[in-house]
Write a protein that binds this ligand. Structure first.
Ligand code: TPP
Ligand code: SF4
Length: 533
């Protein structure tokens, strides 16, 4: 890892950028396509334990974000990393950390998943940076992922604001050679001279917010001066293109033969660079915006043009030149440029790979849990709903099981089942994994137990976070059981099953008994994921 260049995934480039920026800690909860950031840091830490970098998985993204603010308060740098929906979970401390500002630098790497390869939505994290009024960096290749991470820590400490680093799936999961700059050491522990900025009572928060607003001008000036916002004017060309992230690569793939004449503004740093946008807009008659995710730049652009008094037309996702949904591809960008399609432009693998729905592994413990639960629910179809959560067990929506009927976000199975139970559903069941229970299931279960709601929670404890590659869970097995006891469950209705074929009859009976109980019950189905076993 000490060599001067390496072939790295986008995720790994961020990890190395953070390590070389002198982080003392990395806080994260796993989620595709961000997981490999923390895994790369953990591998590095295993090989180079000194100086210490704390890199154990956090219980959820909110806690990860708060941990980073704690480290920042004592002057230490940290990287927070998560998938895009994790930012929703971390949103409270994220928004308020923009008001406190940083001591030691905080960089939040958020990996977006356009096309929803493994996500419930394709939200665009740039809006969170905008919402919190903090800068956002958006790399378009692995080298930039490394360089921007390093610069982001500098800017975080210079302007005392956390920085959001946004990347998307293809960059996170593709590899290219990355050259390293000289690593620097970790910050010394330094307590703040004044705790007011860290204590967001209204009387402190108001001046802090004012400071954040006052920083905006400097941040725009920084953005205008940044080499990451690269403007190339081609004199006389009618077309101006504003692009960011992978959109830039797909553009260059299509026009590097010189077939299209255009001026290009590549955005790598937000807030948007006003002067550069003005210069581009003044040089052309039409602007095409190519960006992955929401039409974020495109939505901002008309207000800039109006302010500058420039009248050029804007094309992009809003007028249908580019699709609003899904990832961009070289072919999609080519069509938006009005160029004829190229043979082999898209990687169409339909003839090579037989389509295959996702399925539980052979020998998966969830298989036996679902067979038993299905049997216990037989004949109750009109009076039952099985609320699921997010994990391998969500595959129980597909045949041959078709056991589950919902999946919203982490922890929602328990809250939804509880609400359905108190609003009249006879058999309200929640199915949740051990990692997801730790992440967001504890609070709704506590509520359901204290309110004595008649519902059944099945914790499918396979002793790992299987869906994202087998990360350790904070609290499983005996500790999980003790936790549920401590929450006040009537111990007669805390049941344990071992999901194995030979236990089937016994397990069906446990489900049947607890389904009929008119109060909260918890059934822990404990058997290790076959992949970690
Ligand atoms: C807010 C949020 N963070 C992270 C993820 C990514 N993710 C999907 S499922 C899952 C956890 C799965 O673990 P567990 O609940 O134990 O079920 P298992 O896959 O082991 O069956 C994670 C972290 C997500 N979907 N949403
Ligand atoms: S990885 Fe583990 S939990 Fe997931 S389907 Fe396979 S055996 Fe089941």
């Amino acid at each position: 890892m000490s060599s001067e260049s390496m072939a790295l995934l986008g995720d790994e480039a961020i990890a190395m950028g953070a390590i070389h920026s002198g982080i003392s800690a990395a806080y994260a909860y796993p989620g595709t396509p961000a997981t490999e950031i923390q895994e790369a840091i953990q591998k590095y830490v295993a090989a180079y334990p000194d100086p210490k970098i704390n890199s154990a998985w956090s219980i959820n993204e909110k806690v990860a974000m708060e941990e980073a603010v704690g480290a920042s308060l004592i002057g230490k740098r940290s990287l927070v990393n998560m998938k895009h929906v994790g930012v929703n979970v971390a949103a409270d401390p994220f928004m308020n950390a923009a008001i406190t500002g940083c001591g030691g630098g905080i960089v939040i790497a958020a990996a977006d998943d356009p096309s929803m390869h493994s996500s419930q939505n394709e939200q665009d994290s740039r809006y969170y940076a905008d919402f919190a009024k903090i800068p956002c960096f958006e790399p378009s290749n692995q080298q930039q992922a490394y360089d921007m991470t390093r610069e982001a820590f500098d800017i975080a400490e210079k302007y005392e604001v956390p920085i959001l680093l946004r990347l998307t799936t293809r960059l996170a999961h593709t590899r290219a050679r990355v050259s390293f700059a000289k690593p620097r050491g970790q910050n010394e522990l330094k307590l703040p001279d004044n705790f007011k900025k860290w204590t967001l009572l209204p009387s402190n928060a108001r001046p802090q917010y004012k400071k954040l607003l006052q920083k905006q001008k400097d941040l725009i000036a920084y953005s205008d001066a940044s080499a990451f916002n690269e403007l190339k004017i081609t004199k006389g060309s009618k077309l101006g293109i504003i692009t960011s992230g992978l959109g830039y690569n797909y553009l260059m793939e299509n026009i590097q033969d010189g077939s299209i004449e255009c001026s290009i503004l590549r955005i790598g740093v937000y807030p948007l660079p006003e002067k550069k946008i003005k210069e581009l807009a003044s040089s052309c008659q039409e602007i095409l915006v190519i960006e992955e995710g929401y039409p974020y730049i495109e939505r901002y652009l008309p207000s800039y043009l109006m302010r500058f008094g420039i009248n050029v037309s804007v094309k992009g996702k809003l007028d249908g030149t580019l699709p609003e949904q899904g990832e961009l591809t070289p072919g999609i960008v080519r069509a938006a440029l009005g160029m004829g399609s190229l043979e082999n432009c898209e990687s169409d693998t339909s003839g090579l790979v037989r389509p295959r729905p996702p399925a539980l592994c052979k020998g998966c413990p969830h298989h036996d849990t679902y067979l038993a639960l299905n049997e216990a629910l037989k004949g109750k179809e009109k009076e039952r709903i099985v609320f699921s959560d997010i994990g391998c067990y969500t595959l129980g929506a597909y045949p041959p099981y078709e056991t589950i009927h919902s999946c919203l976000c982490m922890g929602a199975s328990i809250s939804m089942a509880k609400a359905a139970a108190e609003n009249g559903l006879k058999y309200a069941v929640a199915v949740i994994g051990d990692s997801t229970f730790d992440h967001s299931g504890i609070t709704p279960l506590l509520e359901g137990i204290k309110r004595e709601n008649p519902f059944t929670v099945v914790i499918v404890d396979n002793s790992t976070t299987a869906m994202t590659g087998g990360q350790d869970t904070i609290c499983g097995e005996t500790a999980l059981e003790k936790l549920v006891v401590g929450m006040g469950i009537d111990q007669k209705h805390l049941r344990r099953i071992i999901p194995l074929p030979k236990q089937h009859e016994q397990n069906v009976k446990v489900f049947e008994e607890e389904l009929e109980y008119a109060g909260p019950s918890v059934i822990i189905a404990l058997r290790k994921c076959i992949q970690i076993k």
